[in-house]
Design a protein around this ligand. Structure first.
Ligand code: 5GP
Ligand code: ZN
Length: 113
């Protein structure tokens, strides 16, 4: 997707603070962190959101979920962490490229909404 912000970040056309990468996914620091550690993990392939996860791309999402705990460990989040993926307008999704927020480094809010 040529006009997708996160596709441009994955391609290196927009700079980002890399945390992790492999052949399937890329992780970088959120530009507006909402916790001491706030990392975004995205598939290299453009998928719009969790609403577009299907049998055809579920293995990619499963792979990302093996990467997320590695990043949490790399970031030293020994006290725990949270994974969030916003879908659509009601959830406040602002970038329509599937991404998982990893949040941690402090006691997180008891509320999730
Ligand atoms: P969403 O609101 O779609 O769940 O999350 C999008 C996230 O992307 C937000 O937390 C926002 O701060 C982050 N973001 C938006 N633009 C950029 C950018 O250019 N670089 C980085 N590193 N993060 C961004
Ligand atoms: Zn994209």
């Amino acid at each position: 997707m040529s006009d997708c912000l996160f596709c441009k970040i994955v391609a290196g056309d927009i700079p980002s603070a890399k945390v992790y990468e492999d052949e399937l996914c890329y992780a970088f620091r959120d530009i507006n962190p909402q916790a001491p550690t706030h990392v975004l993990v995205v598939p290299r392939e453009h998928i719009a959101s969790c609403a577009d996860v299907t049998g055809d791309n579920a293995a990619l999402v499963a792979h990302i979920f093996t990467v997320i705990p590695k990043i949490a460990a790399q970031e030293g989040l020994t006290g725990g962490w949270r994974v969030v993926s916003n879908v659509g307008a009601d959830a406040g999704q602002t970038v329509p490229h599937l991404h998982f927020h990893i949040l941690g480094g402090e006691r997180l809010s008891d509320r999730m909404s």
